[in-house]
Structure formats: C-alpha cells, structure tokens
Design a protein around this ligand. Structure first.
Ligand SMILES: NC(=O)C1=CN([C@@H]2O[C@H](COP(=O)(O)OP(=O)(O)OC[C@H]3O[C@@H](n4cnc5c(N)ncnc54)[C@H](OP(=O)(O)O)[C@@H]3O)[C@@H](O)[C@H]2O)C=CC1
Ligand SMILES: O=C(O)C1=N[C@H](C(=O)O)C[C@H](O)C1
Length: 251
C-alpha cells in the first residue's frame, strides 16, 4: 500500500472544520494527524508530522496559521476568507523562499460554485449589466462572501479585457448600502437569513433579457470533494494558487 498523506485540520471545532475532519478520516489515502481548535498550539502541527494543513478558521487567524505552515515546510489548503490582494502577495513572496511548498486558497470548494463563477465570467462581456447577490446563514462573520468577491473579480477582469463599459446606473439618491458593495466595479449584495447555507446568484441583464447563474450549497458536504481534491493536489503544485479553478481544466 502507498504511504498515506499526513493531514492536519485547523478550526476542527467549527462548521467546516468538523466536516473536513470526517471527510479526511474517511479517505483511505489520507491520515488525519492533528485536529486543532482555538487555543491549541501550532507546534502540534510539527510534532504530528503534518504534510498538508487545511485551514478553516477565521479571517483574523488564517494568515498567521498559513505562514507558520509554510515556514515549517508544510503545504496548505485554505478555505478561510479574508485573503485580500496584499495578504496573497505577501504569502507568494514567502513561498518564493520555500520552493516546492504549495498553498491553495480556495474561496469556494464546491465544484458547482467554481463552475458557476467561471460561467459568469464567460457571460459577463455579453451583457450591459452584471450584479451579484450572495445569500448565507446568519452566523457568517464576513460580508461580502469570499466567493462573491472572487466572482466579482473574475467578472470585472473579463469585462475589462473586452473593453465593456461599466453597467448603466442612474442612481443619484440612495440610502447607505442600498446599492451593495462595489467590488472592482461590480455591485455585490449580501443577504443573511436563518435556514440558508451558501448561495449565490449572478444576474446579467441586457435589452429585454436576463440570464441568472445560481449556485446553492444546501449542505457543507458540498465542499468536501473540493477539500479532498485540494489536499491531494497541493503537494504537486508549488507556489500560490488562488481559486480551485486553478486545479481544474475548465476550458
Ligand atoms: N472555501 C469554502 O468552500 C468555504 C469556506 N468557508 C470559510 O471558512 C471559514 C470557517 O467557516 P465556518 O466553519 O463556517 O466557521 P466556524 O466559526 O464554524 O469555524 C471556525 C472555527 O475555527 C476556530 N478557530 C479560530 N481561530 C482558530 C485558530 N487559530 N486555530 C484553530 N481554530 C481556530 C473557531 O473557534 P471559536 O469558535 O472558538 O472561535 C471555530 O471553531 C470562514 O472564513 C468561511 O467563510 C466556509 C465554508 C466553505
Ligand atoms: O461562511 C460560509 O459559510 C462560506 N464561506 C465562503 C465564502 O465566504 O464565500 C464559501 C461559502 O460561500 C460558504
């Protein structure tokens, strides 16, 4: 039998972390060597011999966790939000000092969500208007969601590359927040509602028509195939990859 890959989960007591622990324990090619909760020492990653660290913690803690992993020669698969451009650039620099080490930052592990964002970027240059509505459970601490930010970035880049002008908007009077957040020129609206898990609609409008690209995660099980894919692939992908689409052949 080939050797199992030693995997640690950070945030193991959380909604995503606990699901990831179960998924890793159920995978015959992976061995869960550590499951850390808030307050546990990161040194446990070293003593457990972790090869891949899965970070599912909080936007405040994730950067320090991932930098620790990289500095100790471990690969990382990161689902936690909060990785803005400056943090990603600084991590990419650190990775240059650790050739051979890989980090995947995946704003969304659900394959359907990754595809939906990619479809939205493909469609974006053909429509005058694009806006995003993301809908999540009310225990989520960040808004807009990491997925919506990533989708808006992909949409904006596709529209920029095709010289599509900004969508029309005659608003001159508005209550604060009424038009959502501006992410690279794309309006993003956040809904928080008990009963929801993670959902997103990209609305694309043209004269007399609308295309809606919607994805729904009804259960956190939807994220686990992507987590496992990331864990298995990251050891062969040195440097920083932003988005699970970087590991998939989407075109
Ligand atoms: N990429 C993807 O597909 C997905 C990403 N996410 C993202 O993952 C993150 C976690 O989401 P979710 O599981 O819902 O959140 P939870 O709040 O349920 O889980 C986070 C857990 O991390 C713990 N924690 C905080 N700091 C540390 C630390 N330094 N070391 C170890 N554990 C720590 C928290 O402990 P305590 O409760 O004591 O604070 C909590 O148990 C969010 O950023 C979310 O947006 C979520 C779903 C899918
Ligand atoms: O907090 C969540 O739940 C989720 N977070 C990620 C995000 O912010 O996009 C992924 C998914 O939407 C669920």
């Amino acid at each position: 039998m080939t050797e199992q890959l030693a995997v640690a989960v950070l945030g193991a007591g959380g909604r995503m972390g606990s699901e990831a622990v179960t998924a890793i324990e159920s995978a015959p090619d992976l061995e869960l060597v550590a499951a850390l909760k808030r307050g546990d020492s990161l040194d446990e990653l070293v003593s457990a011999g972790a090869q891949v660290v899965v970070d599912l913690t909080t936007p405040e803690n994730t950067e320090a966790n991932v930098r620790f992993a990289v500095e100790h020669g471990m690969h990382a698969v990161v689902g936690t939000t909060g990785w803005d451009e400056a943090k990603r650039a600084s991590l990419a620099q650190l990775l240059e000092q650790h050739p051979g080490t890989g980090v995947l930052i995946a704003p969304n592990f659900a394959l359907g969500s990754v595809l939906a964002s990619s479809f939205a970027a493909t469609a974006a240059k053909y429509f005058e208007s694009v806006e995003i509505i993301e809908l999540h459970h009310p225990d989520k601490v960040d808004a807009p969601s990491g997925t919506a930010i990533r989708t808006a970035q992909l949409v904006a880049a596709a529209r920029d590359a095709a010289d599509v002008p900004a969508g029309p908007d005659a608003t001159t009077k508005a209550l604060d927040g009424a038009r959502g957040a501006d992410v690279d020129g794309v309006r993003v609206h956040s809904v928080r509602l008990r009963g929801l898990v993670a959902h997103q609609e990209v609305l694309l409008g043209g004269p007399g028509e609308q295309l809606t690209i919607r994805h729904d995660s009804f259960d956190r099980a939807s994220f686990m195939p992507g987590v496992l894919l990331g864990v298995r692939a990251v050891t062969g992908r040195p440097g920083l990859t932003y988005g699970l689409d970087g590991y998939l052949e989407l075109s």
